[in-house]
Design a protein around this ligand. Structure first.
Ligand SMILES: Cc1cc2nc3c(=O)[nH]c(=O)nc-3n(C[C@H](O)[C@H](O)[C@H](O)COP(=O)(O)OP(=O)(O)OC[C@H]3O[C@@H](n4cnc5c(N)ncnc54)[C@H](O)[C@@H]3O)c2cc1C
Ligand SMILES: Cc1cc2nc3c(=O)[nH]c(=O)nc-3n(C[C@H](O)[C@H](O)[C@H](O)COP(=O)(O)O)c2cc1C
Ligand SMILES: *[C@@H]1O[C@H](CO)[C@@H](O)[C@H](O)[C@H]1NC(C)=O
Ligand SMILES: *[C@@H]1O[C@H](CO)[C@@H](O)[C@H](O)[C@H]1NC(C)=O
Ligand SMILES: *[C@@H]1O[C@H](CO)[C@@H](O)[C@H](O)[C@H]1NC(C)=O
Ligand SMILES: *[C@@H]1O[C@H](CO)[C@@H](O)[C@H](O)[C@H]1NC(C)=O
Ligand SMILES: *[C@@H]1O[C@H](CO)[C@@H](O)[C@H](O)[C@H]1NC(C)=O
Ligand SMILES: *[C@@H]1O[C@H](CO)[C@@H](O)[C@H](O)[C@H]1NC(C)=O
Ligand SMILES: *[C@@H]1O[C@H](CO)[C@@H](O)[C@H](O)[C@H]1NC(C)=O
Length: 691
């Protein structure tokens, strides 16, 4: 509340600053030799030639607060930039945001007095760091990390604050922030405020963050002698409309991810910064159920130098639908300017423009902004001063300060940012919001991962994906549509002869920027995982994969059938699969017979159809029915795998397995649970669980 009152008082100032940034056509606010140069020169351009020394970086850019993030899908990154903005606007800290992957840590012992480091860290897998935090985590939690000086304790001069993102339904809840905090303290660093923990499992992530940060700021204020001031919105990016360019000018990015893609010279290595525009070789639907769609796609990587191993993940880069792109551009008053060319320039040397420019409003919104995601309460509060009417401003302020009201109006209705603005503003357009505020406040589009459902031994050049199309019915509202999976459905329809597919009324710029995706292409990269078959195929395996959780197991079974054909000894292969009805959503029902013919008595598919009988039967019940064999196989060192979109299922399977071991071996449950834990740490029990 206090913060909003302050915000209200400076509304005029903020509008002035904001609208200047927005409307000052042709003026340029930065200071470099080539004002229009994109900060995204090449695929790895944003990194080339930059220092990996954080202390040096802070010195040269005059910063006294760095907010590091370890993030996989962008939430931690978003929180990091919100902390940085708030530190600057409320306390005058000179803040910067830093990707943990971009720096080295040997010289953290030279971190200057009077500076502060913040860590915003998500936990993944089974208590693992995010990809970008692997090296940092290894360094800081490792045995006696070596620093440049011999100070004792090494990090005596480091003040830090920490916030973790996790989900309490996972066994290793928030282990990343816990381990890192403990490691830093052990090295003598001084923690300020409590290490916060946000919980996705309880659905309170945003509120946990908001509740954590206020006392943290108070303590930081005391420790660093900071003065709170009136929060002033200062744009991080200057937007310049480029009147001498049109969307047909060759240097204008229309959604191309980097310069090589723009110039048509895209080449490998293809990775999270440089996707491969892959042809879709084949696509079809796996359900006969009219109300739901499940896709099988074969993605051709033969022209890419990309490779994969059975069990890896493929990342798919989505495009927003025309409907949502239009809604966003419409409510922000940008519809008529959608194809105008803009340059975006960071006003601060440490801020990165999250997409290449010059570009158009349409391309930014369509290809680079996660416009369909849930909205944060803090972002609504930030936008309040720019509301089109006094009533809308008051409503935004109320939403921003009253969490119950916010849940009732926004979260519970699953509104995205444009829908929220429509809801509050009616037919009014929100033209006063500086575009910079959206670049700062809306996450950048994240590629979505899929467990590869083919074996690299069988088809090394074609990756198959098994994806259920997300569509959640909401009473009295448009249903909620998954961004990536509906785009994939449109691609499938296109491949089957529909020239302008519109699944559920969503349309897409299906041929991509400058028709570069024409002929049904999709941008992808491959992510290696630890979810792997035993290297010795004669070892038995037990797989539990209901629904689309069967994806990697189709790959596993395909691989073992191939090994059998080539005369290798293949061990017992048990697959537990569950769905609603045999006739409706039984994935790959015809294929399993073929594998059975090859694998013979080595392979059994055990099904659980939950909606066929009187009582619901799930995979865990089938596992219990097979207790004796499961236990025998485990005693022969079988590998045990669980995959799926239901973390609850994974937990129940874990519990049942403990019970089975306990009963079959006549040992106490606690002892059996220890055995299961031991299997996990020995990689004999592997999970690929995605929510
Ligand atoms: C390692 C890994 C492997 C995976 N493997 C597979 C696989 O093999 N097959 C598969 O089908 N999926 C898999 N997934 C899941 C997949 O990555 C995607 O999350 C899924 O397909 C949905 O993506 P989407 O873009 O269609 O939906 P999104 O647009 O990302 O929406 C996803 C969900 O977010 C929520 N949401 C979205 N917008 C809002 C809003 N405005 N308000 C409130 N809530 C909202 C809803 O619950 C929605 O269902 C995997 C995930 C991971 C991490
Ligand atoms: C595949 C997967 C595995 C996860 N594993 C854990 C875990 O082991 N412990 C935990 O506390 N949270 C876990 N989480 C929850 C994430 O940390 C949480 O959703 C967080 O908000 C993600 O932040 P990000 O968007 O910055 O990556 C997991 C989430 C996913 C999707
Ligand atoms: C990537 O960066 C390195 C320097 O860090 C540079 O030598 C190389 O040419 C760059 N590659 C591309 C494709 O820009
Ligand atoms: C944290 O430590 C525990 C126990 O040592 C370990 O199991 C877990 O994997 C660690 N998590 C991270 C993120 O390093
Ligand atoms: C956290 O885990 C639960 C189940 O254990 C899952 O239903 C939920 O979707 C997860 N939360 C998020 C936001 O991923
Ligand atoms: C467009 O105008 C800017 C200055 O306003 C100039 O630097 C740039 O070279 C011009 N570009 C073209 C293509 O004419
Ligand atoms: C996508 O389609 C819209 C509407 O047809 C068009 O205005 C826009 O320029 C297209 N964008 C791209 C990047 O192709
Ligand atoms: C693949 O690798 C070869 C040899 O390293 C290289 O010549 C070729 O250009 C690469 N192709 C792509 C598409 O990156
Ligand atoms: C823009 O929004 C208005 C309502 O504010 C609606 O009447 C109009 O049809 C929308 N235009 C487009 C092109 O979506």
């Amino acid at each position: 509340m206090a913060q909003l009152d302050t915000l209200d008082m400076i509304v005029l100032a903020a509008i002035l600053v904001g609208t200047l940034a927005y409307f000052t056509k042709g003026t340029y606010w930065g200071v470099t030799k080539d004002p229009y140069a994109s900060s995204y020169a090449a695929a790895n351009g944003s990194k080339a030639g930059k220092t990996r020394n954080i202390v040096e970086k802070m010195e040269e850019s005059n910063k006294n607060c760095v907010v590091f993030y370890g993030s996989q899908t962008g939430t931690a990154e978003d929180y990091a930039s919100r902390l940085a903005k708030e530190g600057k606007s409320r306390f005058g800290l000179e803040t910067m945001v830093a990707d943990l992957e971009d720096y080295d840590y040997e010289n953290l012992d030279t971190f200057p007095e009077g500076h502060v480091a913040m860590f915003v860290l998500a936990t993944y897998g089974e208590g693992e760091p995010t990809d970008n935090a692997v090296d940092f985590n290894e360094f800081i939690t490792g045995e006696g990390p070596s620093f440049t000086n011999d100070a004792d304790p090494p990090l005596g001069n480091l003040k830090f604050v920490a916030f973790g993102l996790g989900n309490n339904t996972y066994e290793h809840y928030n282990s990343m922030v816990r381990n890192v905090t403990a490691a830093l303290e052990k090295l003598g660093a001084q923690r300020i405020g409590a290490a916060g923990e946000g919980d996705d499992g309880a659905g309170t992530m945003e509120e946990d963050f908001l509740a954590w940060k206020d006392p943290m700021w108070t303590e930081l204020q005391e420790k660093m002698g900071l003065e709170e001031r009136e929060a002033v919105y200062e744009p991080v990016f200057a937007i310049t409309e480029r009147e001498n360019l049109t969307k047909d000018s060759p240097e204008v990015y229309l959604g191309e991810p980097n310069k090589m893609h723009l110039e048509g010279t895209a080449r490998g290595p293809f990775n999270a910064h440089n996707p491969y525009i892959a042809p879709i070789a084949e696509s079809r639907e796996l359900f006969t159920d009219k109300a739901r769609n499940c896709l099988h796609m074969e993605i051709d990587i033969s022209g890419s130098n990309l490779s994969y191993q059975t069990g890896d993940h493929i990342a798919i880069w989505p495009t927003n639908s025309g409907k949502e792109t239009d809604r966003f551009l419409n409510v922000t008053g940008l519809l008529s300017k959608r194809d105008e060319v803009i340059s975006v320039k960071a006003l601060d040397a440490t801020a990165k423009v999250p997409f290449p420019t010059p570009t158009t409003y349409d391309a930014v919104v369509r290809y680079h902004m996660e416009i369909c995601a849930p909205v944060s309460r803090q972002f609504i509060a930030t936008l309040a001063p720019f509301a089109p009417t006094e009533a809308a401003k008051a409503e935004m302020a109320k939403l921003g300060s009253d969490k119950d009201y916010f849940h009732e109006k926004i979260s519970n209705n699953y509104l995205n940012i444009a829908q929220a603005l429509q809801e509050v503003g009616g037919d009014e357009k929100w033209t006063a919001i500086p575009f910079s505020a959206f670049i700062e406040g809306v996450n950048k589009v994240q590629p979505r991962y899929y467990s590869i459902s083919s074996s690299s031994l069988v088809q090394k050049d074609k990756i198959s994906v098994t994806a259920i199309v997300e569509s959640i019915d909401l009473k009295d509202r448009e249903s909620l549509k998954g961004v990536t999976t509906n785009y994939l459905l449109a691609l499938k329809q296109c491949q089957h002869g529909d020239s302008s597919p519109d699944p559920h009324g969503l349309t897409y710029n299906i041929t991509g920027p400058r028709n570069k995706y024409d002929g049904v292409h999709v941008p992808v990269h491959v992510r290696h995982s630890n979810f792997k078959l035993p290297s010795d195929p004669s070892k038995p395996v037990i797989m539990v994969g209901p629904g689309t959780g069967v994806a990697p197991f189709r790959a596993f079974v395909q691989e073992r059938a191939q090994q059998m054909k080539s005369g290798q000894p293949v061990g017992r292969t048990l697959l537990f699969f569950g769905c609603r009805k045999q006739t409706e959503d039984f994935l790959y029902s015809n294929e399993w017979k073929g594998y059975k013919e090859i694998l013979g008595d080595k392979f059994d598919l055990i099904t659980a159809f939950s909606r066929e009988g009187e009582t619901k039967v799930y995979v865990q019940h089938r596992l219990q029915e097979r207790a004796k064999e499961v236990n025998q196989l485990l005693e022969q060192k079988a590998y045990f795998y669980v995959c799926g979109d239901a973390a609850n299922m994974a937990r129940e399977v874990n519990t049942i397995l403990g019970k089975i071991i306990s009963e079959q071996r006549s040992i106490p449950e606690a002892k059996a649970e220890e055995i299961v834990k031991g299997m996990r740490s020995a990689n004999q029990y592997q999970e690929d669980v995605w929510s």
